[in-house]
Design a binder for this molecule. Sequence first.
Ligand code: ZN
Length: 229
Amino acid sequence: MLWKQVFVLMFINFHLETIITALVSLHDFRKAFVELIHAGIVKYEGCSMKPAVIVVDMINDFVTGVFKSDRAAKIVPNIKALLDHARKQKVPVIYATDAHLPGIDPEFDVWGRHAEAGSWGAEVFDELKPMKGDFRVFKRKYSAFQGTGLDQLLRELKVDTIILTGVVTDICIQHTAADAFFNSYEIIIPEDCVEAVDARTQEAAMNFIRKAYDPTITSSEELLKKKWT
Ligand code: ZN
Protein backbone atom coordinates (compact mmCIF):
# COMPACT_ATOMS: atom_id res chain seq x y z
CA MET A 1 0.00 0.00 0.00
CA LEU A 2 1.36 3.35 -1.04
CA TRP A 3 0.20 5.22 2.08
CA LYS A 4 2.15 2.71 4.21
CA GLN A 5 5.36 3.38 2.26
CA VAL A 6 4.81 7.12 2.58
CA PHE A 7 4.25 6.70 6.31
CA VAL A 8 7.45 4.60 6.71
CA LEU A 9 9.48 7.17 4.74
CA MET A 10 8.09 10.00 6.89
CA PHE A 11 8.87 7.99 10.03
CA ILE A 12 12.49 7.33 8.94
CA ASN A 13 12.96 10.95 7.90
CA PHE A 14 11.56 12.20 11.20
CA HIS A 15 13.93 9.95 13.18
CA LEU A 16 16.96 10.80 11.09
CA GLU A 17 16.39 14.45 11.89
CA THR A 18 15.93 13.60 15.57
CA ILE A 19 19.16 11.59 15.63
CA ILE A 20 21.16 14.32 13.85
CA THR A 21 19.73 17.00 16.17
CA ALA A 22 20.54 14.85 19.21
CA LEU A 23 24.13 14.29 18.02
CA VAL A 24 24.67 18.02 17.43
CA SER A 25 23.22 18.80 20.89
CA LEU A 26 25.41 16.15 22.51
CA HIS A 27 28.52 17.65 20.88
CA ASP A 28 27.57 21.17 22.02
CA PHE A 29 26.69 19.91 25.51
CA ARG A 30 30.01 18.06 25.81
CA LYS A 31 31.94 21.16 24.72
CA ALA A 32 30.06 23.39 27.15
CA PHE A 33 30.57 20.85 29.96
CA VAL A 34 34.32 20.55 29.29
CA GLU A 35 34.59 24.36 29.30
CA LEU A 36 32.85 24.49 32.70
CA ILE A 37 35.32 21.89 34.01
CA HIS A 38 38.26 23.84 32.60
CA ALA A 39 36.92 27.00 34.24
CA GLY A 40 36.83 25.13 37.57
CA ILE A 41 33.07 25.72 37.87
CA VAL A 42 32.21 22.04 37.56
CA LYS A 43 34.26 19.25 39.05
CA TYR A 44 33.78 15.81 37.59
CA GLU A 45 36.38 13.17 38.32
CA GLY A 46 35.66 10.97 35.30
CA CYS A 47 35.85 13.83 32.85
CA SER A 48 38.64 16.10 34.08
CA MET A 49 41.28 16.88 31.50
CA LYS A 50 44.80 15.53 31.59
CA PRO A 51 46.85 18.16 29.81
CA ALA A 52 50.44 18.58 28.68
CA VAL A 53 52.09 21.74 27.40
CA ILE A 54 53.83 21.36 24.06
CA VAL A 55 56.51 23.93 23.25
CA VAL A 56 57.18 23.94 19.52
CA ASP A 57 60.43 25.28 18.03
CA MET A 58 61.26 27.89 20.67
CA ILE A 59 64.91 27.42 19.70
CA ASN A 60 67.68 29.90 18.98
CA ASP A 61 67.25 29.84 15.20
CA PHE A 62 63.59 30.86 15.47
CA VAL A 63 64.12 33.61 18.06
CA THR A 64 67.54 35.20 17.53
CA GLY A 65 69.20 33.02 14.85
CA VAL A 66 68.65 32.59 11.09
CA PHE A 67 64.88 33.14 11.39
CA LYS A 68 65.27 35.86 14.02
CA SER A 69 61.83 37.14 14.99
CA ASP A 70 60.77 39.88 17.39
CA ARG A 71 57.31 38.34 17.35
CA ALA A 72 58.75 35.02 18.63
CA ALA A 73 60.80 36.88 21.28
CA LYS A 74 57.64 38.68 22.42
CA ILE A 75 55.85 35.44 23.43
CA VAL A 76 58.78 34.06 25.47
CA PRO A 77 57.60 35.53 28.84
CA ASN A 78 54.03 34.29 28.25
CA ILE A 79 55.25 30.75 27.54
CA LYS A 80 57.63 30.88 30.50
CA ALA A 81 54.80 31.79 32.90
CA LEU A 82 52.71 28.96 31.49
CA LEU A 83 55.54 26.43 31.91
CA ASP A 84 56.15 27.49 35.54
CA HIS A 85 52.41 27.06 36.22
CA ALA A 86 52.43 23.64 34.54
CA ARG A 87 55.44 22.35 36.47
CA LYS A 88 53.91 23.46 39.80
CA GLN A 89 50.86 21.35 39.00
CA LYS A 90 52.93 18.39 37.76
CA VAL A 91 51.54 18.89 34.28
CA PRO A 92 54.02 17.48 31.73
CA VAL A 93 56.04 19.97 29.69
CA ILE A 94 57.17 18.62 26.34
CA TYR A 95 59.57 20.40 23.99
CA ALA A 96 59.23 19.48 20.32
CA THR A 97 62.04 21.10 18.41
CA ASP A 98 63.60 21.02 14.96
CA ALA A 99 66.79 18.94 14.65
CA HIS A 100 67.43 18.65 10.93
CA LEU A 101 69.83 16.35 9.14
CA PRO A 102 71.84 18.35 6.56
CA GLY A 103 71.82 16.89 3.07
CA ILE A 104 68.82 14.70 3.84
CA ASP A 105 65.91 16.80 5.08
CA PRO A 106 63.81 18.16 2.19
CA GLU A 107 62.81 21.16 4.34
CA PHE A 108 66.16 22.79 3.50
CA ASP A 109 65.10 23.04 -0.17
CA VAL A 110 62.10 25.06 0.96
CA TRP A 111 63.52 27.24 3.77
CA GLY A 112 67.29 26.94 3.56
CA ARG A 113 69.54 25.58 6.32
CA HIS A 114 68.29 25.99 9.87
CA ALA A 115 68.20 24.16 13.19
CA GLU A 116 70.71 21.48 12.28
CA ALA A 117 70.85 18.65 14.81
CA GLY A 118 73.45 19.39 17.48
CA SER A 119 73.95 23.05 16.46
CA TRP A 120 73.47 26.18 18.58
CA GLY A 121 70.50 27.09 16.38
CA ALA A 122 68.68 23.90 17.43
CA GLU A 123 69.11 24.55 21.16
CA VAL A 124 66.12 25.71 23.17
CA PHE A 125 66.15 29.50 23.69
CA ASP A 126 67.93 30.33 26.97
CA GLU A 127 64.96 31.76 28.89
CA LEU A 128 62.88 28.67 28.17
CA LYS A 129 65.50 26.01 28.87
CA PRO A 130 63.98 22.61 29.77
CA MET A 131 64.05 21.75 33.46
CA LYS A 132 64.38 18.48 35.32
CA GLY A 133 61.34 16.31 34.65
CA ASP A 134 60.49 17.96 31.32
CA PHE A 135 60.38 15.89 28.14
CA ARG A 136 61.96 16.57 24.79
CA VAL A 137 61.32 15.17 21.33
CA PHE A 138 63.24 16.08 18.18
CA LYS A 139 61.47 16.62 14.90
CA ARG A 140 62.53 16.79 11.27
CA LYS A 141 59.11 17.69 9.87
CA TYR A 142 56.65 20.49 10.61
CA SER A 143 54.41 18.44 12.89
CA ALA A 144 55.58 17.61 16.42
CA PHE A 145 53.92 14.20 15.94
CA GLN A 146 55.78 13.15 12.76
CA GLY A 147 58.45 10.55 13.51
CA THR A 148 59.05 11.82 17.07
CA GLY A 149 57.20 9.31 19.28
CA LEU A 150 55.13 12.20 20.71
CA ASP A 151 51.83 10.33 20.37
CA GLN A 152 53.27 7.35 22.27
CA LEU A 153 54.70 9.63 24.97
CA LEU A 154 51.37 11.43 25.43
CA ARG A 155 49.50 8.12 25.67
CA GLU A 156 51.94 6.79 28.26
CA LEU A 157 51.48 10.01 30.24
CA LYS A 158 47.68 9.48 29.91
CA VAL A 159 47.40 12.92 28.35
CA ASP A 160 44.18 13.74 26.50
CA THR A 161 44.58 17.49 26.01
CA ILE A 162 47.48 19.46 24.57
CA ILE A 163 48.17 23.10 25.32
CA LEU A 164 49.95 24.22 22.19
CA THR A 165 52.59 26.97 22.28
CA GLY A 166 55.51 28.14 20.11
CA VAL A 167 56.24 29.04 16.50
CA VAL A 168 55.30 29.43 13.76
CA THR A 169 51.52 29.44 13.83
CA ASP A 170 50.93 28.82 10.12
CA ILE A 171 53.45 25.97 9.76
CA CYS A 172 54.60 23.87 12.73
CA ILE A 173 51.77 24.87 15.09
CA GLN A 174 49.15 24.31 12.41
CA HIS A 175 50.53 20.92 11.39
CA THR A 176 50.88 19.85 15.02
CA ALA A 177 47.28 20.90 15.67
CA ALA A 178 46.23 18.82 12.64
CA ASP A 179 47.92 15.68 13.93
CA ALA A 180 46.60 16.29 17.46
CA PHE A 181 43.09 16.52 15.99
CA PHE A 182 43.59 13.39 13.84
CA ASN A 183 44.78 11.53 16.98
CA SER A 184 41.72 12.68 18.99
CA TYR A 185 43.44 15.03 21.46
CA GLU A 186 41.62 18.08 22.79
CA ILE A 187 43.53 21.20 21.78
CA ILE A 188 43.94 24.39 23.80
CA ILE A 189 45.78 27.33 22.25
CA PRO A 190 46.68 30.37 24.34
CA GLU A 191 46.76 32.89 21.49
CA ASP A 192 49.49 35.01 23.08
CA CYS A 193 51.81 31.96 23.18
CA VAL A 194 51.94 31.26 19.43
CA GLU A 195 53.28 33.53 16.71
CA ALA A 196 53.81 33.86 12.97
CA VAL A 197 56.03 36.16 10.90
CA ASP A 198 53.44 38.94 10.74
CA ALA A 199 50.00 39.87 12.09
CA ARG A 200 48.16 38.94 8.89
CA THR A 201 49.68 35.44 8.75
CA GLN A 202 48.96 34.96 12.44
CA GLU A 203 45.32 35.90 12.02
CA ALA A 204 44.84 33.75 8.91
CA ALA A 205 46.47 30.71 10.55
CA MET A 206 44.43 31.08 13.75
CA ASN A 207 41.26 31.37 11.70
CA PHE A 208 42.11 28.18 9.82
CA ILE A 209 43.04 26.25 12.98
CA ARG A 210 39.85 27.48 14.70
CA LYS A 211 37.73 26.36 11.77
CA ALA A 212 39.42 23.01 11.06
CA TYR A 213 40.41 21.57 14.45
CA ASP A 214 37.85 22.96 16.92
CA PRO A 215 40.40 24.06 19.56
CA THR A 216 39.71 26.06 22.71
CA ILE A 217 41.31 29.44 22.03
CA THR A 218 42.27 31.31 25.17
CA SER A 219 45.11 33.40 26.63
CA SER A 220 47.98 32.63 28.99
CA GLU A 221 46.39 35.01 31.49
CA GLU A 222 43.16 33.00 31.50
CA LEU A 223 45.01 29.68 31.81
CA LEU A 224 47.11 30.97 34.71
CA LYS A 225 43.92 31.67 36.69
CA LYS A 226 42.85 28.02 36.51
CA LYS A 227 43.76 24.68 37.93
CA TRP A 228 44.39 22.41 35.00
CA THR A 229 43.79 18.98 36.45
ZN1 ZN B 1 62.53 23.10 10.18
